[in-house]
Write a protein that binds this ligand. Structure first.
Ligand SMILES: Nc1ncnc2c1ncn2[C@@H]1O[C@H](COP(=O)(O)OP(=O)(O)OP(=O)(O)O)[C@@H](O)[C@H]1O
Length: 731
C-alpha cells in the first residue's frame, strides 16, 4: 500500500492534488482522487495542498509506542533538521523530550552523514559517470519510477538514516531503531531499503502528537545529561549541506559539483541529465528546498528562520569525533520500477477531446481546472484510465446548461425546432415523418401512428402534442393491450362510487377526464377488444361519454392519437377490428419506418442515447470504437430503437474505460462486425457453446463476478452455472 492514502469521505473533487502531483500519480475514480503507488514518489505534495485534509500519511505511532512499551532498548535517530521543526523550544529540550517519551537513547542522523561521506568521496573520485546523491528518497523514487535511465548515476551508497541504523544495530544488536524526520518518503525508503535496520519512521508531526498525548511540555522539561551531539554534520539538511560536508567550497565557476533544491529545479536537472545536456561530476539533488522544507516538518516559521535555527544549533559544536564505519556494508542498489501506460493515437486523443466539446484547437482552453496543464494531457490521462471526463470544468458548465435544456425538454417548454429535434433522425424517411408531425400538430384531427414495436411511435405522438396548441395541457397515454376489457373501460372513462364491487369510494376519474383539454394516446389500439371498440367509436362520434355507473354525460375535449404495430387493415378483413373505427382513427396516418430501413440514423441515435444516459445515470460519456459502430450499423434491429437503446445502456455499464468496444456488445450484434466477410458456418454445437460462454462471461461482468446473481440473470440453477464455468475453463 502507498504511504499516502485518500480519506474518501473528505475528498471533494477539487483536484488540487492532481494539479500539484509532479508525477501525476493520482487517479480520479468516480470523483475520488486515489494515489497510484506504482507512480507515487511520496514527495508529500498532495498532503501539503489538500485543504480538506483528505490525504493521510501512514502512521508508525502505534508501532513506536509498542516498542517503547515492550522492548529493552529503543533508540531514536533524529534528522538534523529538528531545530527547525520546533522553533519555539531550545533544541536540547526536544532531545530531552525524547528521553521523556521513553526512548533509551537519542542519536542524531548526522552520525550517518559522517559514516557515508568517505564513501561518497571515494565514489566521486573514481566514477566515470556523473554521480547523483541518493540521500533524498523522493529523488530516488523519481528516478526509479520515472527516469530509470538515470539509475546508473545514483550513488549506490546508503542514506544517512540507513547508515545510522546499521551503525546502531552493529553495536547494540537487540536495539530497535526509530527514525524521526520531516519527510514522507523516508517511510517508503525504510520499507524498501531499511528492513531489519529501521524499525519505525515517525514524522515530526507524529512526534508532536506523541508529546502532546503524553502531556510532555518541552518548555518546562529538564535537560537530559545523555544528549549526544555530532558536530558540523548537523548542517546537512540545509541547501548545499552535503557539499559542505564533502568539503567542496561553493565555486560559481565550477560546473562539476553543484547542488539543486526544489521540485522545479529538480525536474530541470533530471531532464538535462537524461538528455545528456549536462555532465557534472557530482550533483546533490533535493526534492524540497533542503530537508528543512520537508512536507511533515510542521513548522510555522519561514524557510530563512528554519535555516538560521539549524545553523545556530550547528555552530554550537565543533568538529565531530571521528567514528569508524569499519565492518559496515554501506552499499545499496536501485531498481527500475518504471511502469508503462498505454499511449493513445492522435485519433483517439481527438475522440476523447470531442467528448468534452473540444472540436477545434481553440476549444481547448487549457484552463487547468481538471488538474492537468492542458486539455490534451487530460485526454491522455482519460485514455489511460487516470482521469474522468467530468473533471473538465468548462465541460461541466456546458453539461449543466445541457441538463437544463434536457429538463426543459421534458417540461415541453422549448421552441418549435427543438421540439422537432427531439425526434432523432435525419434520414429522408424520418424527415418525411417530421413534416407529417408538423402538419398533424397544426390540426385537431385524429392521427393513427403505425410502425413496428419500438420504432418510436410514442415519441411521434408526444411530439404532435408538444407542437400543438394543447401543449400546456396533459398528454396521457394508455396501453390498450395491457388491460382486460372492464378495467380498460374504467381506466378510459372512470367510474362513479358503487359502480361495481371493489369500486373506490368517491369514484375515479378516467383518462379522458384527466386528459381534458390535452391529448390522449391510445397505444396498441389493434389489441383493443371488439366491445370496447364499439364504445370508443361512440365516444369519438358524440364527443361525450358517461362514467361507469354514472348517469351524467361528460363533454369531451380531448385530442385522440392512436398507435399500433398491427396491420389494422388485415385485422379489419379478419373481423377483429371495426371498419368504422378504423376510418374514424385513420384521418391522418403517419408510418414510422423500422430502424433497418434508415440505418443512417443509427449513429445519431447512438450519440443521443449516450448523452441522455450520461446525464440521467450520471456516468461519464463514452465513445464508440469504429469496430463497434460498424457492428451496430450492420445489425438488423428487430426490436428497433428500443433495442438499440437497451444495447447501449448495457454497453455503457459494462465498459470500464471511456470507449465502447465490440466486446461490450451482445453476441447477436457482434456477429455483424464484419459485414463484408463471408458468413462462417461452424458446427452448431460449437456455435452454441461459444454463445453460452460469452453470455456467461457477460453475466459475470455485469454482476461483478457474483455467481448467484449471474445464475439468476441467465435463468439457470447455480449448479448448472458452476458446471458450465468448469466446462469453459472460467473457474
Ligand atoms: N426518433 C427517436 N428519437 C429519440 N428517441 C427515440 C426515437 N425513436 C425511439 N426512441 C426511443 O426508443 C424507445 C422506444 O420508443 P417508443 O416507446 O416511442 O416506441 P413505440 O414504437 O411506441 O414502441 P411500442 O410499439 O412497443 O409501443 C423510447 O425510449 C424512445 O424514447
Amino acid at each position: 500500500m502507498s504511504v499516502v492514502t485518500t480519506i474518501s469521505e473528505k475528498c471533494q473533487r477539487c483536484y488540487a492534488c492532481v494539479r500539484n502531483c509532479p508525477v501525476k500519480a493520482i487517479k480520479v475514480d468516480r470523483g475520488q482522487a486515489k494515489i497510484i503507488e506504482e507512480r507515487c514518489i511520496a514527495c508529500g505534495s498532495c498532503v501539503r495542498v489538500c485543504a480538506q485534509k483528505a490525504k493521510k500519511v501512514a502512521s508508525d505511532i502505534s508501532k513506536a509506542e509498542y516498542f517503547l512499551a515492550v522492548e529493552k532498548e529503543v533508540i531514536a535517530i533524529v534528522a538534523p533538521s529538528f531545530p527547525a521543526a520546533f522553533p519555539e523550544f531550545p533544541a536540547d529540550n526536544v532531545l530531552s523530550g525524547l528521553y521523556e517519551l521513553g526512548f533509551h537513547d537519542v542519536e542524531e542522523v548526522s552520525l550517518g552523514v559522517q559514516l557515508t561521506i568517505p564513501e561518497y568521496k571515494k565514489l566521486i573520485e573514481k566514477a566515470e559517470f556523473p554521480v547523483i546523491s541518493s540521500f533524498c528518497p523522493a529523488v530516488v523514487g523519481l528516478i526509479e519510477k520515472h527516469y530509470p535511465d538515470l539509475i546508473k548515476y545514483l550513488a549506490p551508497i546508503d542514506t544517512a538514516m540507513i547508515a545510522c541504523g546499521k551503525y546502531i544495530k552493529k553495536h547494540r544488536k537487540k536495539a530497535r531503531v526509530v527514525f524521526i524526520g520531516p519527510c514522507v518518503a523516508k517511510k517508503e525508503e525504510a520499507r524498501l531499503r531499511g528492513r531489519g535496520v529501521i524499525d519505525a519512521v515517525l514524522t515530526f508531526k507524529e512526534l508532536k502528537k506523541m508529546f502532546h498525548e503524553k502531556g510532555i511540555d518541552l518548555k518546562k522539561i529538564k535537560s537530559n545529561p545523555n544528549i549526544l551531539h555530532n558536530g558540523k554534520a548537523k548542517l546537512f539538511p540545509l541547501p548545499g549541506g552535503l557539499l559542505a560536508n564533502l568539503g567542496y567550497k561553493l565555486d560559481l565557476s565550477n560546473q562539476e559539483f553543484f547542488n539543486i533544491e526544489g521540485r522545479e529545479n529538480c525536474f530541470e536537472i533530471i531532464k538535462n541529465l537524461s538528455t545528456g545536456a549536462i555532465m557534472p561530476r557530482f550533483v546533490d539533488i533535493l526534492f524540497c528546498n533542503g530537508c528543512i522544507d520537508g512536507p511533515e516538518i510542521d513548522s510555522d516559521v519561514d524557510l530563512i528562520t528554519r535555516r538560521n535555527l539549524v545553523a545556530a544549533y550547528a555552530r554550537r559544536f565543533g568538529e565531530q569525533a571521528k567514528i569508524s564505519a569499519a565492518g559496515l556494508d554501506l552499499k545499496t542498489c536501485f531498481v527500475d520500477r518504471h511502469v508503462d501506460y498505454p499511449v493513445p493515437s492522435e485519433e483517439e486523443i481527438k475522440e476523447i477531446l470531442k467528448l468534452t466539446y473540444k472540436i477545434r484547437p481553440e476549444d481547448e482552453l487549457n484552463c487547468g481546472s481538471c488538474g492537468y496543464d492542458t486539455c490534451r494531457e487530460q485526454a491522455i490521462a482519460a485514455y489511460q484510465g487516470l482521469a474522468e471526463i467530468d473533471m473538465c470544468f468548462p465541460y461541466l458548465l456546458h453539461k449543466s446548461r445541457g441538463e437544463i435544456e434536457y429538463y426543459r425538454n421534458r417540461l415541453n417548454m422549448q421552441r418549435r425546432e427543438d421540439l422537432l429535434d427531439a425526434i432523432i433522425g435525419e434520414s429522408l424517411a424520418m424527415k418525411k415523418v417530421k413534416q407529417l408531425v408538423e402538419r398533424a400538430a397544426a390540426t385537431n384531427s385524429t392521427v393513427l401512428v403505425i410502425g413496428e414495436s419500438g420504432v418510436g411511435k410514442e415519441v411521434i405522438a408526444q411530439a404532435i402534442h408538444n407542437l400543438s396548441s394543447r401543449r400546456d395541457k396533459p398528454f396521457i397515454g394508455i396501453n390498450c393491450a395491457a388491460l382486460p376489457e372492464l378495467l380498460l373501460e374504467s381506466e378510459l372513462f372512470g367510474y362513479e362510487e358503487g359502480a361495481f364491487t371493489g369500486a373506490r369510494k368517491g369514484g375515479k376519474p378516467g383518462k379522458f377526464d384527466l386528459a381534458h383539454g390535452g391529448t390522449i394516446l391510445l397505444d396498441e389500439i389493434g389489441d383493443m377488444p371488439l366491445n370496447m371498440q364499439a364504445k370508443l367509436l361512440r365516444v369519438l362520434q358524440e364527443r361525450q361519454f358517461e362514467r361507469i355507473g354514472g348517469t351524467n354525460t361528460v363533454e369531451m375535449d380531448v385530442r385522440i392519437l392512436a398507435a399500433t404495430n398491427k396491420p389494422l387493415k388485415q385485422l379489419v378483413q379478419k373481423g377483429k377490428f371495426r371498419i368504422d373505427l378504423y376510418y374514424r382513427l385513420n384521418v391522418l396516418n403517419i408510418y414510422v419506418p423500422a430502424l433497418r430501413e434508415r440505418k443512417e440514423d443509427i449513429p445519431l441515435l447512438i450519440g443521443h442515447f449516450m448523452e441522455k444516459m450520461s446525464i440521467e445515470k450520471r456516468v461519464s460519456p463514452k465513445i464508440v470504437s469504429d469496430e463497434a459502430m460498424e457492428a451496430l450499423v450492420a445489425y438488423d434491429w428487430p426490436g428497433n430503437v428500443r433495442e438499440l437503446e437497451n444495447v447501449l445502456e448495457r454497453a455503457m455499464i459494462i465498459a470500464d474505460g471511456n470507449i465502447i468496444k465490440l466486446e461490450h456488445l451482445p453476441a447477436q450484434v457482434r456477429v455483424n462486425s464484419r459485414p463484408g466477410e463471408e458468413v462462417k458456418i461452424k458446427p452448431l454445437k460449437q456455435a452454441v457453446q461459444e454463445l453460452e460462454k460469452s453470455m456467461i462471461e457477460n453475466a459475470l461482468k455485469l454482476t461483478n463476478n457474483n455467481r448467484v446473481n449471474a445464475a439468476e440473470l441467465l435463468g439457470i440453477p447455480r449448479a448448472t452455472l458452476y458446471q458450465k464455468l468448469k466446462q469453459f475453463g472460467l473457474l
